[in-house]
Structures are given as C-alpha cells and as structure tokens.
Design a protein around this ligand. Structure first.
Ligand SMILES: NC(=O)c1ccc[n+]([C@@H]2O[C@H](COP(=O)([O-])OP(=O)(O)OC[C@H]3O[C@@H](n4cnc5c(N)ncnc54)[C@H](OP(=O)(O)O)[C@@H]3O)[C@@H](O)[C@H]2O)c1
Length: 250
C-alpha cells in the first residue's frame, strides 16, 4: 500500500508506539490525524513533524468520541486508514480489588469497545476510498493470557476476534483489515517490566514496512513464533506467558 498522501487516524499517538508511528508514517508521506488526551504532547508532535493534525480527546468519554467522529465527518471524509493503537493495561486482582469492576469496564471500553465503535462508524468513509485499511493493535496476550492482566488479555482477544470477523465482512472491498501484534516494547505501558524489550522506533518501523507491503498480520520479534509454538507446546508457552515475573512477560 502506497502511504504517500494517505490520511491516517492514529489513536494513542501520544504513547510510546504511537509517537514512533507518527515519525515513520509521516516519513512515508502520510498525513496523520494524531489522537490522544495530552494536548502538550500532541503540540510537540505537530511541531516536530510535517502533516500532523492534533485531535485531543478521551476515548472513554462519549462526548469526546462524538466530537471526534463529527470532526472527521466534517473535515476528513477522505480518511484512508484507521489505526486503533490506544490501549491501557491495568493490574487487576479480581478477588480483592475494590474497584475491579470499574477498572474492568474502563479497560474493555478503551481496548475493545472503542476500537469496534470507531471501525463501525468510520467504515462508510473508508469504503469510499480506492485503497483503505483498518489496523488493530492487539497483543500476544490475545493468544495466551497473563495472570496479572486478565481484563487486558480478554480485551485484546476480543479485538483480535473482531478484526478477523471484520476482515471476513470486508472481503472483496477496498478496505483491508490488519492486525499488528507488538512483542514486549519499551514504552510507558511496560515500565519496570521485562527485559530485552524492542524499542518503539524499531517496532513502528516494522509495522510501517508491513503496511507498505499490505501484510494482513505483523508480529515482529519473538512474537512471530508464538502462534506456532502455542500449537506445538501449548502448556509450556502458556506457562511462560502467564507468569508475572517471567522474562518473556508481555
Ligand atoms: N508496549 C508493549 O509492550 C505492548 C505489547 C503489546 C501490545 N501493546 C499495545 O500497543 C498499543 C500502544 O501501546 P504503548 O506501549 O505505546 O502504550 P503507551 O505508551 O502507554 O501509550 C498508550 C496510548 O494510548 C492512549 N490512551 C490510553 N487511554 C486513552 C483514552 N482513554 N483516551 C485516549 N487515548 C488513550 C494514551 O494516551 P495518553 O498519552 O493520553 O495517556 C497513549 O497515547 C496499545 O494498544 C497496547 O495495548 C503494547
């Protein structure tokens, strides 16, 4: 897929992988509608890169979400690509966390429901383009859950499954559905966890390259072996991934 002059809505543009994606995608000539909650970070992105349009808002607020969709329908009907990158990961002890259900609803909303809502709402615009894509950022935890992140794992599994079914619905159209599966990447989300992390810049470069080659799935680094290993030795891999302090923690 040629990215020159493509218009891309990127959620989570203020985070580790998102910010690195802004750099890579603008290098390829795309215009980025950069969404995030942090206005100051968005301003620094617009100052650093050409063709970045800041969109401030909280995806868990219905009012902000409506404003975002209205803004796109008014000013950016020529949207080509939607990258669903924003996400959160909370440690939730299900038996003892007094705010467990509140956190559960919030995490499922940001990681799964909002990506589904954005995809559905923006599909009519994407379907009018000659070459378009919906890209979802999932996780290896969508394939095997981690003990300390039950809701995160479930939310990413839901997103993964949604993307697969959306892909079936869009067969034969101009809209590709793509899944990006980061390995453990050194961002604020993984601060203090794990070792041998991929840099956000490396991860974003690999994702961008896979988009240029129209690959349906991109799982860089150690992640590319996980689906096959899960078939060969499911018990071993599930144990490696579930342990909170495992070096392969993701
Ligand atoms: N890092 C990893 O190892 C790893 C591994 C697998 C999958 N992933 C996935 O990769 C994606 C990017 O993660 P990251 O590591 O770059 O995380 P990050 O640095 O924590 O960035 C997360 C981004 O999501 C945004 N966000 C969170 N809640 C939001 C909300 N309610 N409304 C609007 N934006 C919100 C954050 O905005 P603010 O700046 O306003 O907080 C930030 O831009 C996520 O979907 C994550 O699940 C990451």
């Amino acid at each position: 897929m040629n990215l020159r002059n493509k218009k891309i809505l990127l959620t989570g543009a203020t985070g580790g992988i998102g910010t690195a994606l802004v750099e890579q995608l603008t290098k390829e000539g795309a215009t980025i509608l950069a969404h995030g909650r942090n206005a100051a970070k968005l301003d620094s992105l617009t100052a650093a890169y050409k063709n970045v349009v800041p969109l401030v808002g909280d995806l868990s607020s219905q009012e902000d979400l409506d404003m975002l969709l209205n803004a796109i329908e008014t000013h950016d009907r020529d949207l080509d690509i939607l990258i669903l990158n924003a996400g959160i990961q909370q440690h939730i002890e299900l038996a003892s966390d007094l705010h467990g259900m509140e956190k559960t609803k919030h995490e499922m909303t940001v990681n799964a429901l909002i990506p589904m809502q954005l995809s559905s709402a923006l599909l009519p615009l994407l379907l009018e383009r000659d070459e378009a894509a919906v890209v979802g950022v999932t996780s290896l935890l969508a394939y095997a859950p981690k003990q300390s992140a039950p809701v995160y794992s479930a939310s990413k599994a839901a997103l993964k499954s949604f993307l697969q079914a959306l892909g079936y619905q869009l067969e034969g159209t101009s809209v590709q559905v793509i899944e990006w599966i980061p390995p453990l990447v050194d961002t604020p989300m993984t601060e203090g966890r794990g070792t041998r992390k991929m840099t956000p810049e490396d991860c974003a470069a690999r994702f961008t390259k896979s988009l240029l080659h129209s690959r349906r799935v991109c799982s860089p680094g150690v992640g590319r072996f996980i689906p096959a290993l899960l078939r060969l030795a499911p018990g071993f891999i599930q144990k490696k991934i579930r342990e909170p302090d495992s070096p392969t923690t993701i």
